[in-house]
Write a protein that binds this ligand. Structure first.
Ligand code: GLP
Length: 242
């Protein structure tokens, strides 16, 4: 595991975007596993800047997002599809037909999960972006006695709904369920780019990366992956210096 700590968010974003841009330069049809939340936004902004400067093209890139809320109306600004369009896809030359986000409004969610897994089985993700929840969740794989390998519907924990309530007018509007890629699919990515920002993530990141491997901290499973790059700002990295 390669853990890098940065003094400024600007440097973190530049290195993160550089890793992704280098991949796309050598493999124009790279497959990206994308994440939402605040953690990856700065890297997406830097990728947009690199695209605008002509250093990278997403024309042949394919992408798969980690997760999506269940039941938010299509076009709602907090759907992860809207997030991806606003934060990245609308600003680069990616073909939106080549971007997939689970459909949280599918009439048959179980069938949607199966279709998503079938698509992932063909795809082979080159770089998987990941943030981390305060309770150690990755995607929406919440702490539990057992974890799912494949895409599934998950009941969101209260703490996750509370953490994400900042994006909604009130907690009542935060969906109670989501569709998420499973930990098995995440761990199949060739490289994982875990991004952590802010002091409130310091403890869980340290536990996930140095503590016991346990389904109660889903991100701890990343310790079993051979190619994880961790990008931390100095606040999120503070427990590594204790
Ligand atoms: C959500 C997403 C996760 C994300 C997490 C942390 O729950 N489903 O993929 O990692 O939030 O978000 P943030 O980066 O805003 O702290």
């Amino acid at each position: 595991m390669n853990i890098m700590t940065f003094n400024t968010n600007e440097e973190l974003n530049q290195i993160g975007a550089g890793i992704v841009a280098s991949l796309i330069q050598t493999k124009p049809n790279a497959v990206l596993g994308l994440a939402t939340g605040s953690s990856p936004i700065g890297i997406y902004q830097e990728l947009i800047r690199l695209y605008e400067k002509g250093y990278v093209s997403f024309k042949n890139v394919h992408s798969y997002n980690l997760d999506e809320y269940v039941g938010l109306p299509e076009g709602h600004p907090e759907t992860y599809r809207s997030f991806m369009n606003t934060q990245l896809f609308n600003h680069v030359d990616i073909n939106k037909d080549n971007t997939r986000v689970p459909d949280g409004n599918a009439a048959d969610l179980e069938a949607e999960c199966k279709q998503y897994d079938a698509a992932l089985a063909q795809a082979s993700i080159d770089i998987q972006f990941l943030g981390i929840g305060h309770n150690g969740h990755i995607g929406f794989n919440e702490p539990d006695q057992q974890l799912h390998g494949g895409t599934h519907v998950v009941q969101l924990k209260d703490e996750t709904r509370q953490a994400n309530a900042r994006f909604f007018d009130s907690i009542d509007q935060v969906p109670t369920q989501a569709v998420t890629m499973g930990v098995g699919s995440i761990l199949k990515a060739k490289m994982i780019l875990l991004i952590g920002r802010g002091a409130e993530k310091a403890d869980i990141i340290h536990r996930a990366l140095t503590g016991p491997i346990t389904t109660e901290v889903p991100a701890s499973l990343l310790q079993t992956h051979p190619n994880v790059v961790v990008l931390l700002d100095k606040e999120a990295a503070q427990k590594f210096n204790d």
